[in-house]
Write a protein that binds this ligand. Sequence first.
Ligand code: SAM
Length: 160
Amino acid sequence: MAIGSHHSANAGKDEWLTPPGILQALGAFDLDPCSPVNRPWPTAREHYTILDNGLKKPWFGRVWCNPPYGSATGIWLGRLADHGNGIALIFARTETEMFFSQVWTRAQAVLFIQGRLYFHHVTGEQAAANSGAPSVLVAYGSANVETLERCRIPGKLVKL
Ligand SMILES: C[S@@+](CC[C@H](N)C(=O)[O-])C[C@H]1O[C@@H](n2cnc3c(N)ncnc32)[C@H](O)[C@@H]1O
């Protein structure tokens, strides 16, 4: 999680996968509604891909959401806030309209991750460079707040 050379925080592709250690620290999820078509490892018990369009499908159980980047991020976060049970991983762009409308006003806790993450390619290989921006885990639902409290991912937890 060191800060060194980095890839652009929005380098024109969506296929930046969550570091497996983050998922392991957060426990089992029931659904990942935005998963690669060919994934190197499961991120939840069930996965939706762009071929299903995860925004058009029913969401259930405890949801993991590292959503597509750009203007779509707010739509995914809004869906997770409506669902009310899950954790999102997004860039900590705390000043944006999306962050105000879907995180500050609707989430129950945020864990600002210390340092910068190294995401993975769909091959499973870790990116050579870090993400170039800070990341934050966003909890919806009280059980997920407790998970962020207990998870031991280095960072600063803020309850909302
Ligand atoms: C930032 S990646 C995260 C992947 C995975 N959730 C993880 O945590 O490692 C976002 C994923 O969303 C997928 N995606 C984009 N649009 C989608 C859609 N409409 N429905 C489902 N998945 C979609 C992309 O193909 C990409 O794999």
